[in-house]
Structure formats: structure tokens, C-alpha cells
Design a protein around this ligand. Sequence first.
Ligand code: ASP
Length: 310
Amino acid sequence: MKDNFSLIIHGGAGSLDHLKREGNGPEIMDSVRRILEGGRHVLETGGTALDAVEYCAAELEDDPLYNAGRGSVLNEYGEVEMDAAIMDGATLNAGAIAGVTTIKNPIQLARQVLERSEHVMLIGKGAQDFAKVCGIRRMPDDYFFVDRRVRQWREAQKAGGMMLDHEDATPPKKLGTIGAVARDMDGNLAAATATGGIVNMRWGRVGDSPIIGAGVFADNETCAVSATGYGEQFQRTVLCKMISNFVYFQQKDAAAAAMAGIKYLVEKVNGLGGVIVIDRYGSCAVDHSTSGIIYGLIDKAGPGICKFTK
Ligand code: ASP
């Protein structure tokens, strides 16, 4: 018998004060709702969890409001360099790419790594070559140069530091990146995360988003998790796998595991960020150490709920 499906998407965590200031809160909520309902359609028409998270992540990448794909932040050289990963909870197969340029939808390239390569992660030039082999769509550089990103990059360069998307030039408040987790009607879990990284990042820096276990994880026996926040803190705590371990070893549900994960992140490294989690029974949870997180969720085929904080 077919079961209910569940889906959560996120568009980054932080104080989100600037959204109120710039007045684009309603715009983001409309976008989250539209993409969430698109994901519902994938799942209710029999699509797999993997299809649903790829679909949602690609839609989020296409919307310049988020720090992924088209709206990616700029690195130290004023360029866009993107990372993405996707994981199938049924098989623990995963695909990840890091440091790619001109790829319209990095999440689709990550899916190709999962499906067509015998590897888990491809980076830089090799990943670009693989994209050619797979016929992945490319875009010219100016497709990715959104005015807001150029302004944000200039501020960061002036301040001489790196910062997260959504963040003010002053202390870190708000983080970007996108992600999706899903459980399909056959009970399979999947997770996807994609990002442009952090503003003004240097030296080929790669964050947590494409690192399996740090910024993304899915296992049908436990849960599916996608993270957003300071990548270094999620890498050092291997946070998404940590949350899966709370389910595996302590039989926690999604809410308890997400809460324990964020507590661990804060206690261990004073970490700033958020997670979305669906457990093997389809229960949904969102948790964060920032004051806000942009998300939309459908719990067991229920109504779509879109919010700025848990
Ligand atoms: N986690 C991402 C990174 O460190 C940034 C973010 O979530 O905004 O690359």
C-alpha cells in the first residue's frame, strides 16, 4: 500500500531582518510556496523522493532570490563558484560537485554524478568536463551576476572579509543556500543541498553543502537532512550525519533529532545555521540556531506551511 509523502524545502537561515527592511519577504514566501507545491505535484503523481528534491533544488537555483544557481554569491575574484550534492536514502548513493562555474543547475549535475559516474564527488575542471559529457545546460557568466550580489560583494571587499548570504556587512546574522528533503509514497528518503558558498570566499574554499554527512545526508533507516549555515562549522561537526546518528542510535524522531543536532552544533562550535529533517516515518522538523530560517513544508501530504522561523 502506498503511504503519504512529506517534503521540506529551505532558502537559508539567519536573522532575516533585511528581508523585512528590503520588503521582499512576501516575494520569498510566494516563491517558497510555488516551489513547494511543484514538489507536491512531483510526489503525488508518483515521483520519487530523489526526483522531488532535485526538482525543488533546481527551481530554487533558478530563482535569483536564493544563494544557489542564478542568485549565487560572488567569491574573492568576483566570480560565481557553485557546489551541490544529492543523496538517495534507499541506496546511500550520492553525487556531489564543487567549484563549478557556468552550470545553470548544479543540482542536476550532482544527480548525474550519482546516476552515471562511479564516483561521489567531482570538482572544478573535471566536473565541468563531466557536465559536457552529460549535456548539462550552461549559461554565460552574466546570467549569474545579479545586482544585489555585486553590491553585497563590494561591501564584503570593502570590509575585507567573507560573509554569508543574507548577512549584513556587520556581524554574521543571516545565511543563504537552498535545500530540500523528501519522503516519497514508497517510503524512500532523499536530500539535496546547493549553494554559491559565502560572499568573498577565498582560495577555492568549499563549504559543507556538497560534503556528504556535513551539509546533506539521507538514509531510509533514519532520516533525510539538508543544512544551511557556516559551512566550516557543519563540516567540523559532520552535522547531518550526526542528526542521522541520533535517529539510528537513540531512536529519536525528526523533531528530537533536529533539536539535538542544533544543540550539538552550538555546544561544540558555537555554530550558526539551520536544518530541515524528515524521518523514516515521514515526520517533518525544522530547527536553527539563528533567529530565522526560510522554509516550506508538507507533513504527510497535509497543507503547505511556509514560514520564516520554526
Ligand atoms: N553552508 C553554505 C556554505 O558554507 C552557506 C550557507 O548555508 O549559506 O557554503
